[in-house]
Design a protein around this ligand. Structure first.
Ligand code: GCU
Length: 611
């Protein structure tokens, strides 16, 4: 727990590419500890239309000598006299929807990477004797936040939430918040400067004001003890001083008073006879109440165990096969960043339509709705941080950044029964520096959450002409192996998959975390004609044949559920800035391969894997 606090309090400043390195901007306060379960606290939403100013030269922040300005746009200044010189005006500026990325909202911002200033005013009654936080679900990539012109906090990382303490900044009546968001790609960032997804910038998730008591329940973790059927274990932690916490699970007749220690922490261990465990077949959730200092935090939690034994993944002690698909956080039908519960329900609804019980959320933590819907619908989730392809492995700041994103991901979703795997990265190279970096992340994940297995999507190679082998040294550290392969698309023909067999040097379960090929929905032709639905269909048929022969295979998440935008995919009339490996097009059209996978999953559902 202590480690989590240290990890969460580190942030790294960014500087825009320019001739001479600008002076370091004044350090902004760091985000406060991430408050657990914000969506069930006393909140006031700031979602809606925000004014924005596009600022490619960071004029609102730096002067022409690259010195941070004292009179930057964060002051939201307005002329007081006709003589005043103010060269910006939020009030008269255009607006963007929040949550939402700027690229898919404004044609002129489609390719834009740089700084955008967001501003909105809000009327507020500042409570006495309570603390107030501004919670931001995500801001891609780097954000600086001011409230009423005063610095609130800054945060790096585009896919995890943060909250700034603004108790001393808000006032009765009119208030305003200004947020500087920059999505400039950087070599030393996480993700690094090359990815295969669109670098959607902006306030991409909910923004809200949260009110809590002076001393409040900041965080908690409740889960079923490994190997048990009815022992609930975990902890609670107060912020702002020790205070008793009452835990209630009414449907189980559980009521327990927890006395927190000087650091505000208390551990939980209680028996709950009659508890019904959560599973995809029966996604049983319980109302849980945590009362402390006049605030009752309500949650819906499913209790289940997840373990790895040899080559098996066990849920509630039973071996499972993860019938899945990979998913990007791309909004169905409209493209751009998905953010709403409706988006989550549509995407995960398609997973269920595939007879699936699993989704790999690629390649970064998705919005909080995904895990909430998966909890309710009974789907397993793989959640990943964007340590993707070729990160700056030897840069300590990059490692710190990755650790922070890992901690933030785990902190938000650790109470979600649906989340069964933490992934520390995707397709990373076989270098010693990378192995150290990734091993550190695996250890950090185990420290932060000893209840879940850790995985990563590895690459593979041929040990013999038709024998693929999984022997990446990182496999030694992982609990579950993930592996990406593109037999039939980036290498060989679909038919040649029939000859390929798989070997591993590890006695561990494998999830084939990516396979597949592109097809433009509605484009038809022979099975050997790339980009057609028939080619993709044929590829899936042969893939399934190959996969069924792998006796240590315990899950699959082909690439990918839905076509998604990528600036690396420019083939006119076919890709048009979309990666077309979806089984569903971005307009919701199901391709022929969708039904091949649906049939396969329908056929293996309920079967014990590897037997
Ligand atoms: C990679 C990668 C994905 C990418 C996919 C592809 O393996 O992990 O992010 O989109 O392959 O090439 O389509």
């Amino acid at each position: 727990m202590k480690t989590a606090c240290v990890l969460l309090s580190l942030a790294v400043p960014i500087l825009l590419a320019s001739a001479s390195p600008p002076a370091a901007p004044p350090a902004m306060p760091r985000p406060a500890g991430l408050i657990a379960n914000i969506e069930h606290r006393s909140t006031m939403s700031l979602d809606g239309r925000w004014h924005f100013i596009v600022d490619p030269y960071d004029t609102g922040y730096f002067d022409y000598r690259h010195q941070p300005r004292k009179d930057g746009y964060f002051l939201r200044a307005v002329p007081k006299t006709p003589r005043d010189l103010i060269e910006y005006d939020f009030e008269k500026s255009d607006t963007l929807a929040v949550p939402g990325d700027w690229n898919s909202q404004k044609k002129e911002l489609f390719y834009y990477e740089g700084t955008v200033w967001y501003e909105r005013s809000f009327s507020y009654h500042a409570p006495t004797g309570r603390r107030v936080f501004l919670a931001i679900g995500a801001a891609n990539y780097f954000a600086r936040v001011w409230v009423n012109g005063a610095p609130a906090c800054e945060h790096e990382g585009g896919f995890t939430g943060f909250n700034c303490e603004v108790t001393g900044l808000v006032k009765d009546g009119d208030n305003f918040v200004v947020i500087w968001v920059n999505n400039q790609r950087r070599r030393d960032a996480v993700p690094t400067d090359v990815t295969d997804w669109w670098n959607y910038g902006g306030l991409t998730r909910n923004v809200e004001i949260v009110e809590v008591p002076e001393s409040f329940l900041e965080d908690y973790f409740l889960q079923l003890r490994k190997g048990s059927t009815d022992v609930i274990e975990g902890w609670v932690r107060m912020s702002g001083g020790s205070h008793p916490v009452t835990l209630r699970i009414p449907e189980l007749g559980v009521e327990q008073k927890l006395q927190t220690d000087a650091s505000g922490a208390a551990s939980v261990s209680l028996r709950a006879p009659g508890l019904e465990r959560w599973s995809p077949e029966r996604p049983r959730l319980y109302d849980v109440e945590l009362e402390a200092n006049g605030e009752t935090v309500r949650d819906r939690i499913g209790f289940r165990t997840i373990e790895v034994r040899g080559r098996d993944i066990l849920v509630n002690g039973k071996p499972v096969f993860l019938r899945g698909v990979s998913v990007h956080e791309e909004a169905p039908y409209r493209s751009g960043r998905a953010a709403t519960e409706k988006d989550a329900a549509t995407l995960l609804g398609w997973v269920k339509e595939l007879n699936g019980n699993f989704a790999r959320l690629a390649h970064y933590p998705h919005n909080r709705n995904m895990a909430r819907v998966a909890d309710r619908e009974g789907l397993f989730l793989w959640s990943e941080i964007p340590v993707y392809w070729t990160i700056d492995w030897e840069n300590p700041a990059t490692l710190e950044n990755a650790r922070q994103q890992l901690a933030e991901m785990i902190r938000r979703d650790k109470n979600r029964a649906s989340v069964v795997l933490w992934s520390v990265g995707n397709e990373t190279p076989l270098t010693p520096a990378r192995l150290l970096f990734m091993t550190d992340l695996v250890k950090t994940a185990h420290q932060l959450d000893p209840s879940r297995p850790v995985t990563a999507a590895l690459e593979t190679h041929y040990a013999e002409p038709n024998v693929k082998i999984i022997d990446d040294p990182l496999g030694k550290e992982l609990d579950v192996l993930g592996c990406n392969e593109y037999v039939g698309w980036y290498e060989r023909t679909p038919e040649e998959a029939d000859l390929v067999t798989w070997r591993t040097v590890y006695d561990k379960p494998l999830i084939m975390s990516e396979f597949g090929g592109d097809a433009r929905a509605g484009r038809h032709g022979g099975p050997d004609e790339r980009w057609t639905e028939e080619y993709q269909e044929n590829l899936y048929r042969h893939q399934i044949g190959m996969l069924q022969k792998i006796d240590f295979l315990r899950g699959t998440s082909p690439w990918i559920l839905m076509d998604f935008r990528s600036p690396r995919r420019v083939l006119p009339g076919v890709q048009d800035n979309y990666n077309r490996k979806g089984l569903v097009s971005n307009e919701g059209a199901k391709k022929k391969a969708f039904f091949v996978l649906k049939e396969f999953y329908g056929g293996i559902a309920g079967r014990t894997p590897g037997r």
